[in-house]
Ligand binder design. Structure first.
Ligand code: NAD
Length: 315
């Protein structure tokens, strides 16, 4: 299949290179000039696994303005706050035959994609796949080959032939996809998961294991989970896991599965980039407001993360 990977950062490079290695035709499209220059100078991107086996993988890279191809599927892996600009700059090669797929964190991206793609062409999901961009043109696929897993669902909740073809390619690329027919529930379950782990680890600049092993981790998580689940219930969203299952997933992921990992929002914080907190805890709070529910803890945490960003900017 022919893919355009919109955003050649950590996740764009990981998905794109694994899809390329599975036999697909992938073109990467990026706007960050140091990354574009480095990849062109090197003739590709350097890929490591858990800091080892660093090697060069040749890739095709274009800017939005230089690309004139006609991919079957456009995969979006930008940060939430970058998406509107990417969409505007890429619009010239969109057509109504193409599908848009993404596993970005947070919420806010679907409404933006809907401005350019019909609902039956939008597929989105969630990725539990840890990847770090060491710097321009240099990516670390954390975990062993085939590590991680992901969910995907059609916005219409009606998988079609192209959905199954995409699923098969993702499976060949060892991304371990699960296809669901619960669009908002699938996405919101990950938003809630991130609203605890990403946010707390980023604010305190700690790896996930340190949160999981903290004696009050259950209490911290429980308060955030309860607020978020109350709001989703009011919105009629059927989450993929119960409150207890979500608490259990938080515990296993932090203490056992990825104790040494720093979440992606942390990577932004330490590189003095804005975090996606407004699209994670901030989105939960916004959804609460639509149902006259004041998500006090999520609002407080959103503001605290902004305080941490502000502090770094003034250091
Ligand atoms: P990323 O920041 O690595 O890349 C996104 C875009 O930002 C790319 O265009 C990249 O070139 C550019 N970029 C990277 N560093 C930059 C810098 N210092 N200054 C300016 N531009 C820069 O983002 P990502 O980690 O690939 O995340 C994409 C989406 O996937 C996000 O919504 C993220 O939350 C989500 N996600 C990430 C991970 C992960 O482990 N990285 C896992 C699951 C989901």
């Amino acid at each position: 299949m022919k893919f355009a990977m919109i955003g050649a950062g950590a996740m764009g490079l990981r998905y794109g290179i694994l899809l390329q290695e599975a036999g697909n035709d992938v073109t990467f499209i990026d706007t960050w000039q140091p990354n574009i220059d480095k990849i062109r100078e090197q003739g590709g991107a350097y890929v490591s696994r858990d800091h080892k086996d660093r090697h060069l993988v040749p890739i095709k890279l274009e800017t939005p303005e230089s690309y004139h191809g006609d991919p079957d599927i456009l995969i979006f892996f930008t940060k939430q706050m970058q998406l509107a600009d990417f969409l505007k700059r890429c619009e010239h090669f969109f057509n109504d035959r193409q599908y848009a797929f993404t596993c970005m964190n947070g919420m806010g991206h679907i409404e933006k994609l809907q401005q350019y793609f019909a609902d039956d062409k939008i597929i989105a999901g969630t990725a539990l796949i840890a990847t770090v961009l060491n710097g321009p043109g240099d990516v670390d696929f954390m975990g062993k080959r085939g590590a991680g897993k992901m969910n995907m669902a059609n916005l219409t909740e009606k998988p079609d032939e192209m959905t199954h073809r995409l699923f098969d390619e993702l499976e060949k690329a060892q991304m371990h996809p699960t296809l669901t027919t619960n669009f908002k529930g699938t996405l919101m379950t990950k938003v809630i998961f991130n609203s605890v782990i990403n946010t707390l680890c980023t604010m305190f600049e700690i790896p996930m294991g340190e949160l999981g092993n903290f004696e009050k981790a259950y209490d911290l998580g429980r308060q955030l989970i309860d607020e978020a689940y109350d709001i989703c219930e009011r919105d009629g969203i059927t989450l993929v896991s119960s409150r207890e299952e979500e608490m259990h997933a938080l515990d296993i992921n932090t203490r056992i599965d990825m104790p040494l990992h720093y979440p992606s929002m942390y990577q932004d914080m330490i590189h003095d980039r804005p975090t996606e907190v407004d699209y994670i805890n901030g989105y939960i709070a916004k959804l609460g407001r639509e149902h006259n529910y004041e998500a006090k803890t999520h609002i407080f945490l959103t503001n605290l993360v902004h305080l941490a960003e502000y502090h770094r900017a003034n250091e």
